[in-house]
Design a protein around this ligand. Structure first.
Ligand code: PLP
Length: 410
């Protein structure tokens, strides 16, 4: 990281000293409205969104059915706390469990708000299950994770990050995690033992640059977990809910995890909604008083998430991610063949592209695309992630890719 990376950022018309903390380095664009795959600034300039809120906007900006569900719920009931029940909570759990039942033992659903909270919840459930069911000695539980992971920003989660920016300066770190190279099944097998309560992986690593593991990796992780009586927890917060062309990314690998974490798109781009879904004997160790959240499973969140589940049940978004994804990867491969990109990879409507360092950084490409009214964001040096809303029109996607090619040629 250079000084310019960490210098306070100013917006397009920021003459005054801002009170906003500097934990982000946004591109210089200030948005005021959005619809579908398009955003607009105060001058009325339109921008094509090829980031989709890191997949929180899989259904685009202000999807009419999601917005209608939120409006209707705003006029009825928004928050009860979990001290009381409300009329959508069981419905939400049942419908989400039914959506995911083909892919994992979806016995129980535990609602939270942000992705990091869902991951924390899964870690707590796995540890408690390890002590009370598996019989791991007190405070000896280990969880095996992969390098270059991204699971959120809490102190426990950054304790097992390998990204110095995310981790350094936040110790003392939570113990109990073993980090192995992502995609290396042998290294994973070597790290799992009787103390291991869980293996926690992203089925595709999003923040790391849309890294798809080698074929058979997740199946090997499943086998190692079975052999040692450990849980397989897949973090589908970014990969899940349609992005890869299936409801969950693990479906493609034919692997059934014990728990999944969901977030981002579950809130329809409207409110933060996350959940842990999985085995009843595992999530069942969280009894009253052991875990919770003031806002988790609130009526507004449930109403929006139910509308999201309606969308996913049609299968249309997953099919679109497959079809448009094939098109996207075909066009990106052409740019690689032309020598305009040094690499491209991904699955579904989700790609990581590597810019030739001789051309510039990922940040420079993001800025060149902003000038061409296309919004993307770099991740780690020379990589840019492309993750449009699954609802994007093919012609708009093509226009965005034309701009990418032109920016790289320029
Ligand atoms: C974004 C993300 C998280 C964290 O979600 P927040 O809502 O930002 O806390 C966790 N895991 C993965 C895989 C993510 O992409």
């Amino acid at each position: 990281m250079t000084m310019t990376d960490i210098a306070p950022t100013t917006g397009p018309d920021d003459a005054h000293a801002s009170h906003l903390a500097h934990n982000y380095h946004p591109l210089p664009v200030r948005l005021v409205a959005g619809e579908g795959a398009w955003l607009r600034d105060a001058d009325g300039t339109a921008y094509l969104d090829l980031l989709a809120g890191y997949s929180a906007l899989n259904f685009g900006h202000r999807h009419p059915r999601l917005i209608a569900a939120a409006h209707a719920q705003l006029d009825r009931l928004t928050l009860t706390s979990r001290a009381f029940d409300h009329d959508l909570l069981d419905v939400f759990a049942d419908r989400l469990a039914a959506l995911l039942a083909p892919h994992l033992p979806a016995d129980l659903v535990l609602p939270m708000n942000t992705g990091a909270e869902a991951v924390e919840t899964a870690i707590k459930a796995a540890r408690r299950w390890g002590y009370t069911v598996k019989g791991v000695p007190a405070d000896a539980a280990t969880i095996v994770v992969a390098d270059n992971n991204f699971h959120g920003r809490t102190t426990t989660i950054v304790s097992f990050s390998t990204d110095p920016d995310a981790r350094e300066g936040f110790g003392p770190y939570t113990p109990g995690f073993r980090v192995v190279p992502y995609g290396d099944a042998d290294a994973l097998a070597a790290a799992v033992d009787e103390t291991t309560v869980a293996v926690l992986l992203e089925p595709v690593q999003g923040e790391a640059g849309v890294i798809v593991p080698p074929a058979g990796y997740l199946a090997a992780a499943r086998a190692v977990c079975d052999q040692h009586g450990a849980l397989l927890i897949l973090d589908e917060i970014q990969s899940g809910l349609g992005r890869t062309g299936s409801t969950l990314a693990c479906e493609r690998a034919g692997v059934r995890p014990d728990l999944v974490t969901l977030g981002k798109a579950l809130g329809g781009g409207i409110v933060p909604v996350s959940a842990v879904v999985g085995r009843g004997d595992v999530l069942g160790v969280l009894t009253p008083g052991t875990h919770g959240s003031t806002f988790g499973g609130n009526p507004l969140a449930c109403a929006v998430a139910l509308a999201v589940i309606d969308e996913l049940e049609t299968g249309e978004h997953q099919a679109r991610a497959r079809d448009l994804g094939d098109h996207l990867h075909g066009r990106l491969a052409e740019l690689v063949d032309e020598g305009l990109l040094v690499g491209s990879r991904g699955v579904g409507l989700w790609a990581g592209i590597d810019v030739d360092p001789a051309w510039g950084t990922g940040r420079a490409l993001s800025e060149a695309l902003l000038a061409r009214r296309v919004l993307v964001k770099d991740t780690h040096g020379s990589t840019v992630r492309i993750a449009p809303p699954l609802t994007i029109e093919k012609a708009d996607l093509d226009w965005g890719l034309d701009q990418l090619a032109a920016a790289l040629r320029g």
